[in-house]
Design a protein around this ligand. Structure first.
Ligand code: 9MR
Length: 339
């Protein structure tokens, strides 16, 4: 940064007290602790002044909530909608933030030409092209990717998706190998939900599935636990830690990739206390398990949240309220990061 720009930066920070990267946000403590503290952002966040100051003041990683998904990035086969991704990547670079990509292989938010894939050759060609195009464009600029998302069904079997049907069970070998070839330095993640507690059917199946991938030499670096949790269910610390450790024994990292803690509305004092407890406990676990790489929240404000549309009667899941004020869960995280 040149001298004139840094003076402008100092001046701007003295006017806008919230955030500014080194101000009073969560980021300073996270950086000091070496924690990757991330947030999912929407395309408009990097253009809105209030959002900008929060995102860069609290977080050192960002992930596009929807912008890199297939139907958004490439709605028709011959049109790539790069502009929002480019803006996000440039924003992350400007503010020394790490960038994560999400997600190539998924069964949702696919355009019709993906859902219509029938033959193995055509599906392999398209999947490889998608991964290679994106990871080559952002080589050295996007540090990690969810290569695949939610491939295990709730009963522990491999989910029936267009990729499984068109390619067969080796579609993940193909996807991870294409990703490694496109950007050998990027961290490659397999992401899922309800996979955090050892001893649960889906989590154990997910573990066995990953163990097999790893043993067969598929280039996977880490697993993601989404952790869309409900405040009234306390974190099962024992099952979470033992699960993290068994992935560590395989030589894999673990990332908490999509944290939010939904509360039944209205958010009574007791429910908020339960929520604070869940947030704080998750952070304690992330900070004390050596192979946990990241603590990423799925959005930061109740104003723009996926929760109410998907869980009727629930909301209040994030660390900023609808007016963009810090909530008690924010201060719980801040206090624990400062310890
Ligand atoms: O937060 C995303 C929401 O805006 C989209 O409408 C939704 C589409 O299914 O996807 C949400 O993000 C999901 C993420 O990509 C994968 N894990 C579950 C997330 C919440 O549904």
């Amino acid at each position: 940064m040149n001298y004139a720009r840094s003076l402008i930066g100092i001046f701007a920070c003295s006017i806008v007290l919230a955030g500014c990267g080194n101000g009073s946000g969560l980021r300073k403590e996270a950086d000091r602790k070496g924690l990757v503290l991330g947030v999912a952002v929407q395309a408009g966040d990097v253009f809105d002044p209030k959002s900008i100051s929060l995102v860069k003041g609290d977080f050192n990683l960002m992930v596009p909530e929807n912008t890199m998904k297939w139907s958004v990035l490439r709605p028709i086969k011959d049109f790539w909608n790069w502009s929002d991704m480019d803006s996000m990547v440039a924003f992350a670079e400007r503010h020394n933030m790490r960038m994560k990509g999400h997600a190539f292989v998924w069964h949702q938010q696919n355009p019709p030409y993906v859902n219509a894939l029938k033959t193995r050759d055509a599906a392999i060609a398209l999947l490889t092209e998608q991964i290679t195009e994106v990871m080559t464009r952002y080589k050295g600029r996007i540090a990690e990717y969810d290569i695949a998302n939610e491939v295990i069904a709730d009963d522990g079997t491999l989910r029936e998706t267009v990729w499984l049907k068109a390619i067969g069970p080796d579609y993940l070998d193909i996807a991870f190998s294409a990703a490694r070839a496109a950007d050998p330095a990027a961290i490659l993640v397999l992401n899922d939900y309800s996979n955090e507690y050892e001893g649960e059917v889906k989590a154990d199946a997910f573990y066995e599935f990953v163990r097999d991938l790893k043993e067969r030499g598929v280039p996977i670096d880490a697993v993601g636990f989404q952790l869309h949790l409900e405040a009234k269910r306390p974190v099962d610390v024992k099952a979470l830690r033992s699960n993290i450790r068994r992935f560590g024994d395989l030589g894999l990292g673990v990332s908490f990739t999509e944290i939010d803690v939904r509360v039944q509305i209205p958010s009574t004092e007791e429910r908020v206390r339960e929520q604070d407890e869940v947030y704080g406990t998750l952070l304690d676990v992330a900070l004390t398990e050596p192979n946990v790489r990241g603590f990423i929240m799925w959005g930061y404000t109740d104003l723009r949240s996926w929760i109410p549309q998907f869980f009727s009667g629930y909301g209040y899941g994030h660390i900023y309220d609808r007016q963009m004020n810090r909530k008690s869960s924010y201060f719980v995280l801040k206090e624990r990061l400062a310890r």
